[in-house]
Design a protein around this ligand. Structure first.
Ligand SMILES: CC(C)(COP(=O)(O)OP(=O)(O)OC[C@H]1O[C@@H](n2cnc3c(N)ncnc32)[C@H](O)[C@@H]1OP(=O)(O)O)[C@@H](O)C(=O)NCCC(=O)NCCS
Length: 163
């Protein structure tokens, strides 16, 4: 299928796209609906993924089709004291990705993650981590892009080594 999207680096004005991306990522399972958008994104465990966007260490890529938001991949650094779900270490930003319904399966997610990987390499980021639920087919995409499971015990944490 043709990928007609254009891709641009995220900016400080993209907070609404960051929160939409988070919601897309969290609501990945149609069999397991989640609470409404406002409830989810204001929850402290979720707000930590967008509060103060863009702070140092934040980076993202936005996909647009005819000027409309189609999807985004972004990452954020966490600390030992304030960890995300997919925390690896304080040098490793955690990635989130979401593509709007109707645009999935046409290569946009792949391209978003590749572009974000390029940004990370340019910044000297050593690796990127992410958390993916068991059963989410997105794990196939991550594995295809070189992400590896960190351990057999914690099979929701994947890492892409960049060095
Ligand atoms: C995961 C996601 C970002 C991938 O974006 P995309 O544009 O659909 O991805 P691509 O077309 O580049 O690649 C398709 C791959 O994504 C996987 N995928 C996951 N959910 C999918 C969906 N709903 N539709 C199509 N592909 C999906 C497929 O397994 C496929 O991998 P494969 O080619 O190795 O089989 C997107 O499908 C999405 O937003 N899903 C719901 C939110 C989500 O799961 N986010 C990640 C949370 S960890």
């Amino acid at each position: 299928m043709t990928d007609e999207a254009t891709y641009r680096p995220a900016t400080p004005d993209d907070l609404p796209l960051v929160t939409e991306t988070l919601y897309l990522a969290l609501s990945w399972d149609p069999e397991d609906p989640i609470p409404p958008f406002e409830v989810v994104v204001s929850h402290p465990e979720i707000a930590k993924y967008h509060d103060g966007w863009m702070r140092p260490g934040d980076a993202g890529v936005v996909a647009e089709i005819d000027g409309a938001f189609a999807g985004m991949a972004y990452f954020r650094l966490f600390t030992d004291d304030d960890q995300g779900q997919g925390f690896y270490d304080a040098d490793t930003p955690e990635l989130a990705v979401g593509v709007r319904h109707g645009f999935r399966g046409s290569g946009i997610g792949t391209r978003l993650m590749q572009e974000l990987g390029r940004q990370a390499r340019n910044r000297g980021v050593p690796r990127i981590s992410l958390s993916v639920s068991k059963g989410n087919p997105a794990a196939n995409l991550y594995a295809r892009l070189g992400y590896r499971w960190v351990s057999d015990e914690d099979d929701e944490l994947m890492v892409l080594d960049l060095t």
